[in-house]
Design a protein around this ligand. Structure first.
Ligand SMILES: Cc1cc2nc3c(=O)[nH]c(=O)nc-3n(C[C@H](O)[C@H](O)[C@H](O)COP(=O)(O)O)c2cc1C
Length: 367
């Protein structure tokens, strides 16, 4: 049996041995944006998960663009040095290619870590001023952002571009822009958060203008040999928000701006904008984007859990790659077990070679 999930794929000049991607996952464990021992352990483990690519969590391009006090950043030499150590470590001990997700939290910045309540930081929690497309808060009891001026936009574009240059120096294999989950770039595109009446609001073209300026500036700094992708929203799941038609239009615009792939996620533009719990809930829109954006590689994420489910999505041409978050936290060797189920080969470190199904009868007993 030949597995589609375990077949190789090429993004720009990067060869991936399989279509399995560890989705970006904030760890809220950085110190002023600087990676810590937690990142070495957590990412070192996932670099040996068997996934072809591991995307490092939302990594913020400026200090005020962090979601929480614990979020990772790439806005200082200290941030760069610590992340370089993490990436060197993952490359040295693991098999996954390593990508970074560059992000700016916009109006959702200055909030508590999930285990602290995930609310806007209170006055005694060292909050900071936030920025967004319009002076409209994420929800009740959230900070009201300052509507960005064109000068602010130029500053943020430069911050994304500088962070991309730092990413190249660090040696990341790929770079991904965060244009989803209600953060700054997505909040410019959604009519629920962008109420501007200048050239950066109004029509879909107007709302796409600033995100596209960022994409073009980053693309100009990243050689075509290095894959540059984006996570976008497939739907806001809210009346009056972005829909699958918008996702297709975004995919076309991002392809024209030179991106190599898109990942289709959804939700989180307002507190009511929640994703469903159905298996593979983003797959139908990911499939549309992949089919209608002429050759733009597409990745699907969201409640993809079993090897058979992941295999079917890729084998049926619904996505070129799949990404998974919680399933990898639950089972950091998910791809080893998927390979066993699908009769495929997967990389595992020589130190752990004796766990391979051919060498360990216990693998067949695990069930
Ligand atoms: C702990 C955790 C942290 C997350 N952090 C990020 C993040 O940094 N960037 C992002 O785009 N999505 C983030 N997500 C969303 C996941 O990447 C993924 O899209 C979502 O969990 C749905 O996939 P799943 O059903 O495989 O978990 C996070 C999810 C979890 C569980």
């Amino acid at each position: 049996m030949t597995s589609a999930l375990f077949s190789p794929i090429r993004l720009a000049d990067l060869e991936l041995p399989n279509r399995i991607v560890v989705a970006p996952m904030c760890q809220y464990s950085a110190a002023d944006g600087v990676a810590t021992e937690w990142h070495l352990t957590h990412l070192g483990m996932l670099a040996n998960s068997g996934a072809g690519m591991l995307v490092i969590e939302a990594t913020h391009v400026e200090r005020r663009g962090r979601i929480t006090h614990g979020c990772l950043g790439l806005y200082s030499d200290d941030c760069e040095a610590a992340l370089e150590r993490v990436v060197y470590h993952c490359h040295h001990i693991g098999s996954a290619k390593i990508a970074v997700q560059l992000a700016h939290a916009g109006r959702k910045a200055s909030s508590e870590r999930p285990w602290e309540g995930a609310k806007a930081l209170a006055a005694n929690e060292d909050p900071w001023p936030t920025i967004g497309p319009s002076a409209v808060p994420f929800g009740p009891d959230w900070h009201t952002p300052r509507a960005m001026t064109e000068e602010d936009m130029a500053h943020v574009t430069a911050a994304f571009t500088d962070a991309a240059k730092r990413s190249l120096r660090i040696g990341f294999d790929a770079i991904e822009l965060h244009i989803a989950h209600g953060y700054l770039l997505h909040s410019f595109i959604s009519p629920l958060s962008n109420k501007r009446n200048d050239a950066y609001g109004g029509s879909f073209e107007g709302r796409m203008r600033f995100p596209l300026e960022v994409v073009r500036s980053v693309r100009a700094a990243v050689p075509r040999s290095v894959p540059l992708g984006a996570r976008i929203t497939g739907t806001d799941w809210v009346e009056g928000g972005l829909t699958g038609d918008d996702a297709v239009a975004m995919g076309k615009a991002l392809k024209a701006a030179g991106l190599d792939y898109v990942d289709i996620s959804s939700a989180n533009i307002t507190p009511e904008s929640r994703w469903p719990n159905d298996p593979g809930f983003n797959v139908p829109i990911a499939e549309r984007v992949r089919r209608e954006c002429g050759g733009l590689a597409g990745r699907a994420v969201g409640m993809i859990v079993t090897a058979k489910q992941a295999e079917d999505i890729v084998a049926q041409g619904r996505a070129d790659m799949i990404a998974m978050a919680r399933a990898f936290l639950d089972d950091p060797h998910w791809a080893w077990h998927a390979a066993q189920t699908l009769g495929a080969e997967v990389a595992r470190p020589v130190q752990y070679a004796r766990t391979a199904p051919k060498l360990w009868p216990g693998a067949a007993m695990r069930g």
